[in-house]
Design a protein around this ligand. Sequence first.
Ligand SMILES: Nc1ncnc2c1ncn2[C@@H]1O[C@H](COP(=O)(O)OP(=O)(O)OP(=O)(O)O)[C@@H](O)[C@H]1O
Ligand SMILES: [Mg+2]
Length: 369
Amino acid sequence: MGPSGLEAVGSVAVRTFATHQNMTTAHQSQSMDGHHVNAMAGDQRGTDPARFAAYDDLPDGHFYDPDAEYEPDPEYAATLAPDAARQRRERIGPTGRPLPYFPIPGPLTDHGPAKIIAMCNQKGGVGKTTSTINLGAALAEYGRRVLLVDFDPQGALSVGLGVNPMELDLTVYNLLMERGMSADEVLLKTAVPNMDLLPSNIDLSAAEVQLVSEVARESTLQRALKPLMADYDYIVIDCQPSLGLLTVNALTAAHKVIVPLECEFFALRGVALLTETIEKVQERLNPELELDGILATMYDSRTVHSREVLARVVEAFDDHVYHTVIGRTVRFPETTVAGEPITTYASNSVGAAAYRQLAREVLARCHAE
Ligand SMILES: Nc1ncnc2c1ncn2[C@@H]1O[C@H](COP(=O)(O)OP(=O)(O)OP(=O)(O)O)[C@@H](O)[C@H]1O
Ligand SMILES: [Mg+2]
């Protein structure tokens, strides 16, 4: 789909939005305040579901029609163009800040040692797995050697790359728990050049229990990844939606954390607990660990709600919020079915452009250090 294709899809989006806007304005003033009180309060307030029951009928932010094959609007799409001239005309990005230019990275002559990134949020369904696959694939497209680690017993990352977790004999579980197991025995090549996978399946859930009695249980993954560091430029770990021992292992192994946040009502709920966990791991286990950024996902630039939530997130986390924002599009669920990243499944889509820009932004942050 070329630029003209985008416009066509964009106009569909505008049509559906007009109807949507009429439905939502009546509820808006009532929804925003209550929500944001809750959203900013961290973990405690807003846990009483009755208090927010009225929001359940709000289409705003929950509006998602999988049949309307819309892509985010052209204005948002334009902010993703990797085009220096375009961005030199001062452009305000979706986060409300001037959008810097993220250059297309040059080729590498040698590889490693790897930077390890943990994709982490204990809230479920915020886009961790989607971001791991697509950031990884975009980095690989830019010539970086990438290893993705499925660190969720659900095996969604493996499924998203076309692997059937049930059929695997060896997974990251074996690498963690069996001494002398070499990573080469577990590693799978993906269909994306430059990108490999350490797959997982339900076996990994046993590790959470078995690790408890291990010596240096929090650094088991770190030890397992050590021999692989020289072969890759980036290792991205897809965490499960919990702050248990597996996630602590991921944080202990990592140099950086990316926290995906869905642009919806309760986006910031639980983030206080997450940042506290990151700080504890920093203090006690891994002084190198840093929060690289907060990634806003499932952003719908056509709803006031999404824009408001994003503004709150920027207010709370400031420069930690990536300039790149991932729009909501049905293309992502489709890629899971297809078992491949969006960068190959729909290479010219806005979703692919967004993850390529994220890759450039992540690389720019790394090089700025
Ligand atoms: N930007 C997006 N637009 C629309 N749908 C999305 C987007 N990102 C992810 N999704 C869909 O939302 C669902 C949850 O995404 P994903 O599996 O990446 O989240 P997760 O944080 O890994 O979830 P879990 O906590 O269960 O591991 C999936 O069906 C995915 O296809
Ligand atoms: Mg997941």
